[in-house]
Design a protein around this ligand. Sequence first.
Ligand SMILES: [Mg+2]
Length: 382
Amino acid sequence: MKITSLRTFVVPPRWLFLKIETDEGVSGWGEPVVEGRAHTVQAAVEELADYLVGQDPLRIEDHWNVLYRGGFYRGGPVLMSAIAGIDQALWDIKGRWLDQPVHQLLGGRCRDGIRVYSWVGGDHPSETADSAFALVEAGFTALKMNGTGPMQIVDGHAAVDAAVANIAAVREAVGPHIGLGVDFHGRVHRPMARVLLRELEPMRLMFVEEPVLPENQDALPSITAGLSTPIALGERLYSRWDFKPVFEGRAVDIIQPDLSHAGGITECRKIAAMAEAYDVALAPHCPLGPIALAACLQVDAVSHNAFIQEQSLGIHYNEAADILDYLVDPKVFEYHDGMVRIPDGPGLGIEIDEAAVVRAAETGHRWRNPVWRHADGSVAEW
Ligand SMILES: [Mg+2]
C-alpha cells in the first residue's frame, strides 16, 4: 500500500482537517492545527507531503522519526501539530486496513469510557454560575472555567477578589462534589499566582491549569509549596523532551498534552507512559474538533493514568460550527452520566462527513486569538 495524496481542509470554527489517501482505497483523517495558525500548519503539512507520498502508510513509527528527526530542526507548535495530524491519519488508515480500532492495535483498551468535562462560559459571576448549573443539569459531573481576566505581573487585590468571587459563585451553584477545574490560561505571573492559589485553596478545585506559563514552570515548586490543589499543564508542550522538566520538577500533578499539537497518538502515548512512572495523571487537552477528540479517546483507552477528557461541545470559542457538524454519526460522542464511551469502530472510530467538510472548507476561517491589553496599554496574556 502506498500513500497517494494528503489533502487539507480549513474549516470553521478554527480547525484544519487532513485526509490521507492510499492506492488501496483506504483513507484516514487527522487534525493538524494550532489555533490561530491553521494556514501555517497547512503549509507545513504540504512540505512534509513531499516525503510521504509514495510511502507505505503502515510504517507509522518510521515516518514519525523521519518527520521529526529528518528535518534537522524539530519541535515547536507548528511542526509538531503538522506531525500530529499526519500521525492521526496514519493510525486511522492502519485501523481501517486491519478493521480494528486504534486502541486495539495499541494493546487493547483498559477502560470502557472516560469522564468528560465541559467549559463554563460567561464573564460575570451570575452568568458563569447559571451556565455551570445548566451544564450539571445536562449531566456533566465536571466543569472547567477561566480563572481570571487580564492580570498584570503584580496586580491589585480587586482583580484577585473578582476572580475568587466568580469561582466561588460557580462552586456554590454546583455544590461541593462537582469536579471544578480552573484555567489560569498562562495569564497570571509568579507573584499573583502564589496569591490566587492560596485564595482558591478552600474551593476544593479538581485542578488549577497553567497557573503560570509553561516557560515559567520552574517557579511552580515555590508557588505551590504547602498547597494541596492539583496542578495541571501541558497544552503548550509538544514532545517527550518538552515534558521532561515537568516530570523532573515534581510540581505538576496532571499533564494535558494535546493530541493535535504534541506529535499525535504515537508521541502522546509515550508522554502518557512517562507520566505514569512519575504518578502523574493524564487529561488530554482538546478544545478542537472531532478528529482530535477521537484521537484523544484512543490514547485515553490505553493509558491507565487518564482520568478525564476535555471536549469542546458548546465551548465559547466555537460559534460557527461544532464537533458534531462533521460526523456521519454524531452518536459516537453521546455523553451519559458525564462520560463518553471509547469509540469501537475501525481506525479512530468516527466517520467524517466528507461532503460537509468540503462544503465548510469553501467558507474556511481566519480565526485569530483576541489581543488583550492592560489599562496602561501594554499587551496582556490571553
Ligand atoms: Mg488551558
